[in-house]
Design a protein around this ligand. Structure first.
Ligand code: CP
Ligand code: NVA
Length: 307
């Protein structure tokens, strides 16, 4: 089963593969905007397994699969045997015999890795505690649309060193850009946890203003990710000075964009002024989940389409 291509971490694809997927995403998006049908996944089935809540991920995968001519089935922990202790390995065997593609949103990365090791079909990580590769795929596609290649650029990450931060760090290594990270003390990046194979592409800053200085993209995320709710109160106190505001944006490059994977909490990790301001591209970013993942699903299932 080792020859199947999965998408479990950002570093599962090479730079050349990303060049291809971004190009396909643009082609698929343009075609969709022209209302031209494109059904390369006709009759194929995507199974989506959710062990955590979702708006964008569910919607973009379900709509995306439908638009590509296939269908999507939603499973969650509460209503399936996964919540009653069926081993993830067994679930991988069974679900992959009845479908063509699987997306999983769950807790530990180990769960998607074990599922994939037992799957006959490609598996996509729809968010784990450690990574959120589909989101960064859409984010970089959005950056390219607005500002061109991300190579050599600087991304400022302000806030928690969570699944989004880890994935930005992996992306920086694969696509050759820099990430400036600023977290409160005690929440710093652990390169090993971020799955890094080098540390040349990121730098940590105690002061978020220093992380934002000269950045081409400023981004943040919730202070308390799903699964960490018990820490919410202490996190609210620890992160109070890590709210992306106009002052932070003012030291970034003049044409810097602001991104947030959403859902956002105005007044916590970002001010309303920045979130709803002229540099914010958050709605394009959210929409691009759809187009980027359609390209991802096409690539995992059909490989490279000859021009
Ligand atoms: N950004 C993101 O993954 O959103 P959902 O949690 O709504 O899927
Ligand atoms: N870091 C957040 C992202 C939500 C899309 C979480 O894991 O809850």
């Amino acid at each position: 089963m080792t020859s199947i291509k999965h998408y479990l971490q950002f570093k599962d694809f090479t730079r050349e593969e990303y060049d291809y997927v971004f190009e396909r995403a643009k082609w698929i998006k343009d075609k969709f905007k022209r209302y031209e049908p494109y059904h390369p996944l006709f009759d194929r089935t995507l199974v989506m397994i959710f062990e955590k809540a979702s708006t964008r991920t569910r919607l973009s995968f379900e709509a995306g699969m439908h638009q590509l001519g296939g269908s999507a089935i939603y499973l969650n922990t509460r209503d399936s045997q996964l919540g009653r202790g069926e081993p993830v390995e067994d679930a991988g065997q069974v679900i992959s015999r009845m479908s063509d593609l699987v997306m999983i949103r769950t807790f530990e990365q180990d769960i998607v890795e074990r599922f994939a090791a037992n799957s006959r079909v490609p598996v996509i990580n729809g968010l784990t505690n450690e990574y959120h590769p589909c989101q960064i795929l859409a984010d970089i596609f959005t950056f390219i649309e607005h500002r061109g290649s991300i190579q050599g650029k600087t991304v400022a990450w302000v806030g928690d060193s969570n699944n989004m931060c880890n994935t930005w760090l992996q992306a920086a290594e694969v696509l050759d850009f820099n990430v400036h990270v600023s977290t409160p003390p005690g929440y710093e990046v652990e390169p090993e946890r971020a799955g890094l194979y080098g540390t040349d592409h990121f730098e940590q800053f105690a002061d978020p203003m220093d992380a934002c200085r000269g950045a081409d993209l400023v981004t943040t995320d919730v202070w308390t990710s799903m699964g960490f709710e018990a820490e919410n109160e202490e996190r609210m106190k620890a992160f109070a000075d890590w709210c992306v505001d106009a002052e932070m944006m003012s030291v970034a490059n003049r044409d810097a964009v602001f991104m947030h994977c959403l859902p956002a909490h105005r007044g916590e990790e970002v001010t309303a002024e920045v979130m709803d301001g002229p540099q914010s591209v958050v709605w394009d970013e959210a929409e691009n989940r759809l187009h980027a993942q359609k390209a991802l699903m096409e690539y995992l299932m059909l490989g490279r389409i000859k021009a």
